[in-house]
Design a protein around this ligand. Structure first.
Ligand SMILES: NC(=O)c1ccc[n+]([C@@H]2O[C@H](COP(=O)([O-])OP(=O)(O)OC[C@H]3O[C@@H](n4cnc5c(N)ncnc54)[C@H](OP(=O)(O)O)[C@@H]3O)[C@@H](O)[C@H]2O)c1
Length: 296
């Protein structure tokens, strides 16, 4: 297949591009700067411009755009930036899919969609939750409307916490734990639905190559863990104790609203669609996934 990837330079995009090529697909990467290699094509999401040569003959677009959620405090301006960096590119790509008759759009989303679900297990059929991340993910999913209306296959990749050493939750936990500062957040009972980077990449390829998969797809391992279990497991992997307890008020002081939605939501997300289609996880359990991410 000829596959166009947006957000190709990120934590997920970089290994995904390699995996797509290894699987025999032709990949073009959309870049927001002047292209420097033959596989790069220019686009500018705010103005809606995409180099037409990226779209002619494309079979699928994979959209992984979005400014990183956990890098900065959520000021009103930062929240707008987080939304714009997801919703505007999605609208532009969905229009491109519609106008160029591209058959498939795999659109990045997140389990933030479900909001704080407590201990209740949620599948793809659960409604959107509430909160900033839930609203943003629901809005970026809705931004695919032009592609859906045009009859394209649109899959909404609701990704869990990706266990990569270079970004996301683990990227923040690792230095804390390494510095003997590891500890649970609050009572540590909040559930984290995670996925190894290797399984995230395999799952995106699996969805790409299964024409009968469309709509929301949870990209999460089948065995979520509590925050206390996660922190303990990171400590065990890095050979560090994790005795501390970080209260909500302390983390709020440090990170503001991001602390509530990033560290204290509980999400038990079930990968029902992947399981129903026979996807096999390389890392169904956390310890081997952490070993793959942290012990190179
Ligand atoms: N990693 C996770 O744990 C996780 C969890 C849930 C959901 N997700 C979702 O999965 C997708 C990819 O995640 P990731 O971890 O690979 O993210 P990442 O490392 O932060 O990379 C995202 C990519 O988005 C592009 N981007 C950044 N700012 C942008 C802007 N203002 N406008 C358009 N594009 C912009 C950049 O690519 P270019 O510079 O190449 O354009 C960047 O490399 C995101 O949509 C994210 O919300 C990730």
């Amino acid at each position: 297949m000829r596959v166009v990837v947006a957000g190709a330079s990120g934590v997920i995009g970089t290994p995904l591009v390699s995996a797509l090529r290894e699987a025999g697909h032709e990949v073009l990467r959309l870049v927001r700067r002047p292209p420097v290699t033959p596989d790069e094509r220019r686009w500018d999401p705010p103005s809606g411009m995409i180099d037409e040569s990226a779209l002619d003959g494309a079979d699928a677009i994979i959209n992984l755009c979005g400014a990183a959620c956990a890098e900065q405090r959520w000021s009103p301006a930062r929240k707008q930036e987080l939304r714009d960096s997801r919703i505007v590119p999605t609208q532009v790509l969905a229009m491109a899919v519609a106008e160029h008759g591209i058959g498939t759009l795999l659109n990045g989303s997140g389990i933030g969609y479900y909001g704080d679900a407590g201990e209740q297990a949620v599948t793809e059929s659960a409604p959107a939750g509430s909160g900033f991340l839930a609203d943003m993910d629901a809005d970026r999913e809705a931004a695919t409307a032009a592609a859906v209306s045009a009859g394209a296959r649109v899959a909404l990749l609701r990704t869990g916490v990706v266990m990569s050493p270079t970004g996301g939750m683990l990227g923040q936990l690792r230095p804390m734990v390494s510095a003997f500062l590891g500890g649970r957040f609050g009572n540590g009972r909040q559930i984290t639905s995670w996925i190894s980077l290797a399984d995230e990449i395999s799952a995106v390829l699996f969805v790409l190559e299964h024409d009968d998969i469309l709509g929301p797809v949870n990209l999460t391992a089948p065995e979520p863990v509590t925050n206390a279990e996660l922190v303990r497991a990171v400590g065990k992997t890095l050979h560090r104790p994790t005795p501390w307890v970080y209260s909500r008020s302390l983390l709020r002081l440090a990170a503001g609203e991001l602390a509530d939605e990033g560290s204290f939501v509980s999400q038990h997300v079930v990968p029902e669609v992947l399981s129903r289609h026979g996807f096999e996880f390389q890392h169904p359990q956390l310890m081997p996934a952490l070993a793959a991410a942290l012990v190179a």
